[in-house]
Design a protein around this ligand. Structure first.
Ligand code: SF4
Length: 361
């Protein structure tokens, strides 16, 4: 039987395809010019774990309000967290500000271009450092995201689970051998664009692919089964109770989470810790439970590594919040609805659920 031989994918067909079909995204040019390292960095941080469609309005708002790294470095953390609200992973927003301040303080406002120095900046890891180097400076770097991993595993028909670290390292080596020394930024973006728009997780559009003639998975009829993903164990489920408390003027009682950890530094209604077992009504308020009205349905929020179900209670007018504060039964600060501090999406959902309960009266 005749052997099938495969060529190594060459950059030119991919670059030509990218030139014709790339999406018009706001971070790909600024006023007709190539994006600055600031714009590349900002977009790459925002795009981590989030879709392009979600990021676009955030990116436009950020670059309008803080058009340069110097402007962002002077921003208040609470303002940055507020603008970030809804993008999730709030540690990224705090790192964003810390990084801007470090670039201004330690690098005269100029992003470095070498990988080692880039990786010393807050919030910049291997992927982002490579993306900034390739896209903003047009220097050789192999940029690996989920889209690139999928394209490469299909091109070479790699059937080892893509989500195991050892296999990711193998893919990085392959990617670095394939990357050209010129047009580095376009090549990196073209590869990611191919995965995002053509070599999609389901039903890849192989007839439109510039690398179809070198794709082993296509040739072997295995595009549906590659990449292989090793199934994870079931997502843990945690539980909490939140109490939405307002005073007579309509102000909300909120408290700030510790600056370190999940949703660090953001504000939330009073409530219990998140537990693996069913949550219990706060012990300090057990004898006031009749002053609270349960809101339904519960708020379910999915984080990257666990699911949280929050039972929401709304304080009735009979609850004397000032007295409870004075007695140390609850804690927090009053905020008017027009001037709320930075809230996580979870807290927004909890407050919305309580307000819906008020409206239903
Ligand atoms: Fe992906 Fe199909 Fe192109 Fe192969 S031919 S890289 S499976 S789109």
């Amino acid at each position: 039987m005749a052997k099938t031989s495969f060529s190594v994918p060459q950059p030119q067909p991919l670059l030509a395809w990218y030139g014709r079909f790339k999406r018009d995204l706001p971070w790909r040019s600024h006023n007709g010019r190539a994006p600055s390292p600031y714009h590349t960095w900002l977009s790459e941080i925002m795009l981590q774990q989030t879709t392009v469609a979600t990021v676009i309005p955030y990116y436009i708002r950020f670059t309008t309000r803080w058009p340069t790294v110097e402007a962002l470095a002077q921003a208040h953390e609470d303002d940055v967290l507020k603008e970030w609200a809804g993008l999730g992973y709030y540690s990224r927003a705090r790192n964003l500000l810390a990084c801007a301040r470090t670039v201004v303080a330690d690098h005269d406002g100029i992003f470095p271009s070498d990988i080692a120095t880039l990786k010393t900046l807050p919030g910049i890891g291997e992927y982002t450092a490579n993306a900034i180097r390739a896209i903003a400076f047009d220097l050789p770097a192999s940029v690996m995201d989920g889209n690139v991993e999928r394209v490469l595993t299909r091109i070479f028909a790699i059937e080892d689970p893509i989500n195991l670290p050892v296999n990711k390292s193998h893919l990085r080596v392959i990617a670095s051998h394939l990357a050209p020394d010129t047009q580095c930024g376009d090549y990196a973006q073209a590869l990611m664009e191919l995965g995002a728009t053509v070599c999609t997780p389901k039903n890849p559009r192989c007839t439109q692919c510039p690398w179809q003639n070198v794709c082993k998975a296509f040739s072997l009829g295995k595009t549906a089964s590659i990449p292989v993903i090793q199934r994870k164990t079931k997502t843990p489920h945690r539980h909490a109770i939140a109490l939405v408390i307002r005073d007579k003027t309509g102000r909300f009682l909120l408290r700030q989470r510790p600056s370190k950890g999940l949703l660090g530094g953001l504000w939330e209604p009073f409530g219990t810790a998140w537990t693996d077992e069913a949550a219990q009504f706060p012990a300090s308020l057990q004898n006031k439970i009749e002053d609270f009205i349960r809101q339904t349905p519960d708020v379910v929020h999915v984080f990257s590594h666990f699911k949280l179900t929050t039972i929401v209670y709304r304080a009735d007018a009979s609850f004397d919040a000032e007295q409870a504060l004075a007695d140390g039964l609850i804690d927090g600060t009053w905020f008017s609805p027009d001037d709320l501090p930075a809230l996580s999406r979870l807290s927004e959902k909890i407050i919305e659920r309580a307000i819906q309960g008020e409206d239903a009266l």
